[in-house]
Design a protein around this ligand. Structure first.
Ligand code: C2E
Ligand code: MG
Ligand code: MG
Ligand code: MG
Length: 292
């Protein structure tokens, strides 16, 4: 067609475009292969009790072990996965990997902590999200209470009915819901009263200079207060210093996650870390299984 010809001509005369298009194409091919051939890995970053430092849970963070480039961070391939439709198989891979790792851990007699999984807006709003999760739980024989889903404000902006029913279904499975990167989205706060979110995760951009920037300190204090007022737990993300920890602790923040305690680490290292810390027996809800 004429359009096709003009595209070809444009690409032919524009080497920069051509290289960009090629790079994207080969990256997409590589990612597809990585999913099929298990070149992805799940890293775990502990979430600890702000008061005691006890490990309460962990966040699963995907990594791509690329044969030429080494470990690739999710920021470099999640957007591509979303653009190309690879986000579905990628998410399924992560969900399955986490569930089977949890199961094998349980079978070894190790006392579990819940693991949170990041769910992109695409994934959250896709038709077969719930059915795939159900299938994965069934096949791995894992109880939903060991999972938490981290969604962002963009996931719950539109299509209120779909959001409502998806959240209800997730809850039915015993899975908890957290709002990730809280405070960076554009939505109104009305949804906090509408949807039953269990956990608010304060975005690390607010934590970064919480001890030197009065405005950020106010935002963090207010988010903690808001969350507690609505009966939610609060996690401070990106805690790197003792000063930041002291601040959020003084504000009664429940949990912290950040390099101060641990970077995201491989499963075996996470298990070692768990073994070195006192973890009280889980009573009832796994997230509530500790005393303050
Ligand atoms: P996120 O869910 O907000 O995850 C927290 C990010 O902050 C992680 O980056 C983590 O390594 C980093 N982080 C943790 N503590 C600190 C700290 O003290 N300082 C600093 N500077 N950074 C810290 P990571 O692993 O590169 O992941 C980036 C984002 O990619 C995640 O942000 C999440 O939105 C997305 N992502 C990661 N894994 C998955 C996945 O399996 N599926 C989907 N859909 N998205 C994922
Ligand atoms: Mg997250
Ligand atoms: Mg976050
Ligand atoms: Mg994020």
């Amino acid at each position: 067609s004429a359009k096709q010809k003009s595209i070809n001509r444009y690409e032919f005369f524009n080497p920069v475009m051509d290289i960009e298009a090629f790079k994207k194409f080969s990256l997409e091919k590589d990612l597809r292969k990585a999913i099929e051939e298990n070149h992805l890995e799940v890293y775990y970053q502990p979430r600890v009790c702000a008061k005691t430092g006890r490990i309460l849970s962990a966040e699963a963070l995907v990594r791509w072990n690329h044969s030429e480039w080494g470990m690739v961070a999710p920021a470099d391939f999640i957007p591509l996965a979303e653009e190309t439709g690879l986000i579905a198989p990628l998410s399924e891979w992560v969900e399955r990997a986490v569930c089977s790792q949890l199961k094998s851990w349980q079978e070894q007699g190790i006392s579990l902590v819940p693991i949170s999984i990041n769910v992109s807006a695409h994934r959250f709003l896709s038709k077969n999200f719930i059915s795939t999760i159900k299938k994965t739980l069934e096949q791995t024989q894992l109880e939903g209470k060991w999972l938490e889903m981290e969604i962002t404000e963009t996931s719950i902006l539109d299509n209120q009915e779909l959001v409502d029913s998806t959240i209800t279904e997730i809850k039915k499975l015993g899975i908890k819901i957290s709002l990730d990167d809280f405070g960076t989205g554009y939505s109104s706060l009305a949804y906090l009263t509408r949807f039953k979110v269990d956990v608010l995760k304060i975005d690390k951009s607010f934590i970064r200079d919480v001890t030197i920037n009065q405005a950020n300190a106010t935002v963090v204090k207010t988010i903690i207060h808001l969350a507690h007022g609505l009966g939610m737990r609060v996690v401070a993300e990106g805690v790197e210093t003792k000063e930041q920890l002291t601040f959020v602790k003084q504000q009664n923040c429940d949990e912290v996650q950040g390099y101060l305690f641990s970077k995201p680490i491989v499963f075996e290292d996470f298990l070692r870390l768990l073994a070195n810390r006192i973890i009280t027996p889980v009573k009832g809800s796994p997230l509530m299984g500790f005393e303050n």
